[in-house]
Design a protein. Sequence first.
Length: 276
Amino acid sequence: MWIQVQTPPQPPAPAQAAASTQAPARPAWDLTLALIGATIQLDQPDGQGTRTVGAGFLIEAPRPDGTPRTVLVTAAHVLNQMPGAQMRVGWRSALADGSWKFEPQPVTIRAADDQPLWTRHPDRDIAVMEITAPDAFTRAAIPLGWLADRNTLAAYQVGPGDELFSLGFPRGLSSNRAGFPILRVGRVASWPLSPVAAFPTFLLDFTVFPGNSGGPVFWTPAARSAPGKAEPDHPFIAGVLAQEVLVSDERLNLGVVVQAVYVREAIVLLDGPPWP
């Protein structure tokens, strides 16, 4: 969801294992930093002292010929609610003294004829757009393989009560002046989650605020699940936060998450005709 409000670091490389051909597993906080580093604030001032704010994240999605490409992912309604030709992307840069600088820069999202430059999934609230990012953010983009596919949640038995993390900018706020996203945690609140074709979205038990929309919802080893479940060796993005649940204008403190497979499908659309 979007809001009008008044007007990451590259994760450290894992240590090399001594006298071993296999590097040690990366700690959970390191994996979480990878997602933080790839998540950015999107906003568009309206010229009247307010701005529309949402979240987005970067995916490393090579073209079919293998050439590198960085893709911005967000909720489609975030971009739809920005009527201007440009939005601001909240880049961040590390300074020599260890601090960070917030450096929002304009990015064109509509052509001269007002046609959107992003690609929307035909059925879901997902938008993707190729983007030219600063080198640090190009390196921070999340591998395409970290997006859950149609089998991921079932394979790892993700279900009610399991924890997932969310990154975003609730009510347009960031975690600090450097513009890093705010990390929050919620529990899966619906069942079943698969097959994805039958259950394209799922509920997350946490309070959703305007400005969270478009942010990644993801799993890392820091999250808690039922004992004995198999765990992957890297984080995975389970979906994109799309909206909160309202009943007669009453907030139920539930978020609606669009499953990540629809991000995969939207990226396919960047390269040509729809999937079979």
